[in-house]
Design a protein around this ligand. Sequence first.
Ligand SMILES: Nc1ncnc2c1ncn2[C@@H]1O[C@H](COP(=O)(O)OP(=O)(O)OP(=O)(O)O)[C@@H](O)[C@H]1O
Length: 375
Amino acid sequence: MKLREKFFEQNGGLLLQQQLSSYDEGGFEFIKIFRAEELELATNNYDADCILGRGGQGTVYKGILPNHRVVAIKKSRIVDECQIEQFINEVIILSQINHRNVVKLLGCCLETEVPLLVYEYISNGTVFDHIHKKHEAPLLSWEDWLRIATETADALAYLHSAASIPVIHRDIKSANILLDDNYAAKVSDFGVSRLLPMDQTQITTLVQGTLGYLDPEYFHTSKLTEKSDVYSFGVVLVEILTCQKPLCFERTEEQRNLATYFISSMKENRIFELIENQFVNEGNTEQLLTIAELAKRCLSVRGEERPTMKEVSEELEGLRRERHPWVQPTHQEESEHLLSNFSDLYPISLSDYPYNASGQHSMESSMTMSMKFPR
Ligand SMILES: Nc1ncnc2c1ncn2[C@@H]1O[C@H](COP(=O)(O)OP(=O)(O)OP(=O)(O)O)[C@@H](O)[C@H]1O
């Protein structure tokens, strides 16, 4: 067997072909299979100067194809079975999705030692960088942030209900929302996303996600529903409103987890102490309060009390359409410690959720999880 064919098989090529044909007859047609040489040429042989970023799954390079199209190429880290699964998963999910606020997968390459994914290039970095690296560029206006939040909510509403098979993203965070030339939001990183069969409203899974954004109910029960993305989106909303990181060990214990700190500030009518000054100065305090209320509902401990992403997106869209009475001015700790803190912060009574779908006690499954630390 030729080396290319060996890698193709090793990289899950056959599995991918098989999976794609079982989901959607046309899915694979939109995805180009790149030759290894094409991508080597595009990235000047994966030159370090072309690196756009690094994530849990691997390194992302900027590349230029012979037709001058600029692309982002994700090169998986040393391959193990779990990463191959995440890789195939991302191809399958993204091949089903077509939305202006979801990053487009253009193709993949399987004939190399590690699999490669080729996306449209999104030029303006991540929401995380824009919020937390204010020294590098001025903070966008509140109006821009409201639009970015609305676009993200719209993409999630689409994933949950309008895509051919509902998709739960499972790792919504500001670092996974990219911004294009016009600062339009593009949801990315579908490595741990799940397709939700139509006849199932929840599935039991290994808990995946990023601390600070992770739905406490899902954390305790391992039962995955769309409402976990609603929770994580709520954290992103609070992150935008306050320009603070979801988890920060430099803050006092009661302020460490932004979501809980935000909720307690709401209860004590101290929310304007937390909201970014620039947004307050821009003038629409009523709108900021409405968004804070919406974020609070997204962060409800019980998933069933959270709104759907469709409701969230409609509410945000409604706010955007309102006429504005203002003018827009031109360390890492031990994971066990973290997880026990997380349980303390969200004291859900486990007796409320004693069993998961397979009848096991939910604690059992919440012991096995794949958790990321926010960068
Ligand atoms: N389509 C793209 N266009 C431009 N830059 C991108 C693109 N996709 C990813 N990046 C950059 O590469 C970085 C890492 O990408 P990504 O988060 O998808 O990798 P990952 O390995 O899946 O990470 P994670 O740990 O979140 O799973 C991003 O933070 C971003 O800076």
